[in-house]
Design a protein around this ligand. Structure first.
Ligand code: ASP
Length: 446
């Protein structure tokens, strides 16, 4: 059986140099339950610095085009040796560097190269903390198709952690069935943290980064937006799908299935509460009617009109089939009696507009056909709006007072979000007026 344990994941900026390492150690040592640590590779120390992961990709490219490994690896080595020196550690990574050189010469793949950032950083952090180092390749697995294998991972990693009371497990990678290294997509250490939390049966997954959690709206659009204290997994899915990033979008799945909350925390302001992501709204009363506003530009609407469309059997199916054949995935599909609009990501139309138009016209024989570009979608998300009356009215009123025309409306049956489509030129203004309507006005009332 596991005791109460927390998994703590630290992002690249939290481990960018020795000064940051010290903050990380203080955070870990402040709570005896923080027993499993998942590090990223050292990130940027200043805005135009290069992340170690990117240095490793560069090193790989340079060596496959014939450059000497030692020379290509030098910038990576300098980063790690600098950290070791400044922390005053007596350890050395010399043997590891030799092994990596040998692996490169023996044709190790690009993912292997990239993963060495987390691997080496994990060794340093384990030494610094006095924790055991557990190579992620020994406990995190992919299947032969390259998909993450949750069952095997859970069993193997769970067994390792059961015997290891305090460990550092590097983020971002695992092993293929043949033992070769594979990484997750960029930012994937967040996913590793979630996997480790599930395998350890942790009580909490703390994800330490350089911001104090999620904000209600994008701070580049709204001036000093309020932070989100508590958000549910479902709300977060809606918001991150619509572009609100902080956490890797797959990271919630392992912990969500195990009912483990995630706390987003700031390494540079550890006393800030951050954002707590919880499995259900039951014990999480909403502070405001809405939890967050997010959005994206670059959508197009394929608009089809045809008399008596609703009585033509199989019409939608045929149309969707054409879209699928062109690799296009509809985001939304508002319909009327004789009209249907399909909202798609504009980039999916690149290079195939004419062919697609021709095919859709053949299949649908529409009275009117048009592709309209320049649509932005805004999602207003909140568990507080469930069964609350007047939320949609307020969204529409805010937009109408700001003279913004709504081109599409969509509300899911879960009543968790309202999505509106507007002209791209109104995007920023729309987010600001919705924020004012729901957050600023409620703040003044409180
Ligand atoms: N170091 C990897 C990246 O830069 C993974 C991570 O930091 O989560 O994408």
């Amino acid at each position: 059986m596991f005791f109460m344990s927390k998994v703590v994941k630290f992002g690249g900026s939290s481990l960018a140099d020795a000064k940051q390492f010290k903050k990380v150690a203080d955070i870990i040592n402040a709570d005896p339950e923080r027993v499993y640590v998942v590090p990223s590779a050292p990130g940027k120390r200043f805005s135009d610095d290069t992340k170690v992961t990117d240095l490793l990709y560069q090193c790989y490219e340079r060596t496959i085009t014939g450059e000497d490994f030692a020379k290509a690896f030098q910038p990576v080595r300098e980063r790690f040796d600098g950290i070791i020196r400044e922390l005053g550690l007596s350890m050395s990574l010399e043997e590891e560097y030799v092994k990596i050189g040998t692996d490169f010469r023996n044709g190790a793949n690009r993912d292997y190269a990239a993963s060495r950032g987390e691997y080496l950083n994990g060794i340093i952090l384990a030494d610094y903390l006095g924790y055991k180092f557990v190579d992620a390749a020994k406990g995190i697995f992919f299947d032969s198709k390259g998909n993450f294998d949750s069952d095997i991972t859970n069993a193997c990693l769970g067994a390792i952690l059961e015997k290891t009371p305090k460990a550092v497990i590097p983020g971002f990678y695992g092993a293929m069935p043949d033992g070769s290294i594979k990484t997750f997509s960029r930012g994937g250490s967040d996913f590793t943290g979630s996997v480790v939390a599930k395998a350890a049966g942790a009580s909490l997954y703390e994800n330490w980064t350089d911001v104090s959690g999620f904000l209600v709206a994008d701070p580049r659009i709204v001036d000093k937006p309020e932070g989100i204290e508590v958000i549910t997994y479902s709300e977060l899915r809606e918001l991150s799908y619509m572009g609100a990033g902080v956490l890797h979008e797959d990271a919630i799945f392992p912990v969500r299935s195990a009912n483990i909350p995630i706390n987003i925390k700031n390494t540079n302001a550890p006393d800030d509460a951050g954002t707590l992501i919880v499995p259900s709204a039951k014990n999480a009363p909403a502070k405001y009617l809405i939890t967050g506003i997010a959005g994206k530009k670059d959508f197009s609407v394929i608009s089809i009109e045809k008399d008596r469309m609703n009585s033509e059997k199989g019409f939608m199916r045929r149309m969707l089939q054409v879209l699928e054949n062109h690799g296009i995935f509809p985001e939304h599909m508002p319909t009327g009696i004789d009209t249907v609009s399909v909202v798609v990501n504009s980039h999916e139309l690149d290079g195939q507009r004419d062919k697609l138009t021709q095919r859709l016209k053949e299949v649908a024989r529409p009275d009117h056909f048009e592709i309209i570009d320049g649509l932005a979608l805004i999602a207003v998300v909140g568990r507080g709006m469930k069964s609350a009356k007047g939320t949609a009215t307020r969204v529409f009123a805010a937009l109408s007072h700001a003279d913004i025309n709504i081109r599409m409306i969509d509300q899911g049956s879960s009543e968790l979000n309202i999505i509106v489509g507007i002209d791209e030129k109104d995007f920023e203004k729309a987010i600001r007026v919705i924020y004012d309507m729901f957050i600023l006005s409620e703040q003044t009332e409180k």
